[in-house]
Design a protein around this ligand. Structure first.
Ligand code: 13P
Ligand code: SF4
Length: 305
């Protein structure tokens, strides 16, 4: 690929390669605009897991972060799962290890562990059930036990705790991108855009969540943006989502929060996507003994969703 190639040239190349390989491209809502344009399916973590479980393609190219590609592999073990940029990790997923889950569970009398999908396969393997930000409340409510351990995101755990009639014990992890959104910045934006409504992701800090008109996953935000009568919307999540919201709702104006950028979500480029399809790089695999137990936790979530 040369630097003079247009996005149309790249699209043609990607289309050819997709046909040759019988491949599908899944991308998260935070990806760069050109990746969003090249994707066959663009969505939130739950939607992406469902797509990965259902696709007929032989190859899944995952444009997102590592735990998402791992989850796709868990759900489609017979397929080749590729990540154009294998160095795209999620710092929150690194905030708890499998041993720490075992210790956390033992400290709390074996209470069930609900793992946010933003975890490694090894951590999922030690967990009872997974959840995403779009179904976390429903998943926690679906459990019989009164006390539930929630890992790793303490902010999402706090949001869930306030909506369920259970004792939710949180691990202390967090998303650095969402945690960076300060109530002062949001207050300033609301002052600048007095007619705007504020939507916030539950990975944000409680002070920011409490300022919101709507708290939702990125998929929930897509739905809200479509259905609201508001003409201006402040988007309290990673800024990549704004491209999709603006494209799908040309009559409305969306304001990103300054500095709400996840560097890992921006590592996948169109060039790396083409190379991935051309050369089968980089293949994601999960050790079978880990995969079997991790898959159970993800499948329990999909059954309860
Ligand atoms: P959702 O798209 O599921 O809301 O997840 C947000 C996120 O931070 C993924 O890393
Ligand atoms: Fe992880 Fe946050 Fe980036 Fe999502 S936005 S991948 S939770 S660091």
């Amino acid at each position: 690929m040369t630097s003079t190639e247009t996005i149309e040239d790249i699209r043609q190349r990607v289309d050819e390669l997709k046909k040759q390989r019988n491949a599908v491209i899944l991308a998260h809502n935070y990806q760069l605009p050109e990746i969003q344009e090249l994707a066959d399916f663009l969505g939130d973590s739950l939607g992406l897991s469902q797509q990965a479980a259902e696709t007929d393609a032989e190859v899944i190219v995952f444009c997102g972060v590592h735990f998402m590609a791992q989850t796709a592999k868990l759900l489609s073990p017979e397929k080749m799962v590729l990540m154009p940029e294998p160095g795209a990790g999620c710092p929150m997923a690194e905030m708890i290890t499998a041993q720490q889950v075992r210790d956390f569970k033992a400290e709390h009398g074996g209470a069930p562990v609900v793992a946010y999908v933003n975890t490694t396969a090894e951590v999922k393997a030690e967990s009872d059930i997974c959840c995403t930000s779009s179904n976390a409340i429903r998943i926690v409510e679906s459990l019989d036990e009164e006390t539930v351990l929630f890992i790793p995101d303490s902010n999402l755990a706090d949001w869930v705790d306030r909506h369920v009639d259970k004792n939710v014990i949180a691990w202390g992890g967090y998303c650095p991108t969402h945690a960076r959104m300060s109530p002062e910045t949001i207050a300033y934006m609301l002052e600048q855009h007095p007619d705007a409504v504020l939507i916030v992701h539950p990975e944000a800090r409680r002070e920011v969540v409490d300022m919101a008109d709507e708290v939702a996953s990125t998929g929930g935000m897509v739905k809200f943006a479509r259905e609201t009568d508001a003409k201006e919307i402040i988007v309290g999540t990673e800024e990549g989502l704004v491209y999709r919201l603006q494209k799908e709702n040309p009559g409305k104006t969306f304001y990103p929060v300054p500095h709400a950028v996840c560097p890992n979500m921006k590592k996948t480029t169109a060039q790396k996507l083409v190379a991935s399809l051309e050369n089968s790089q980089h293949e994601i695999d999960v050790a079978p003994e880990v995969a079997e137990r991790a898959r159970r936790a993800v499948e329990r979530m999909l059954e309860a969703s």
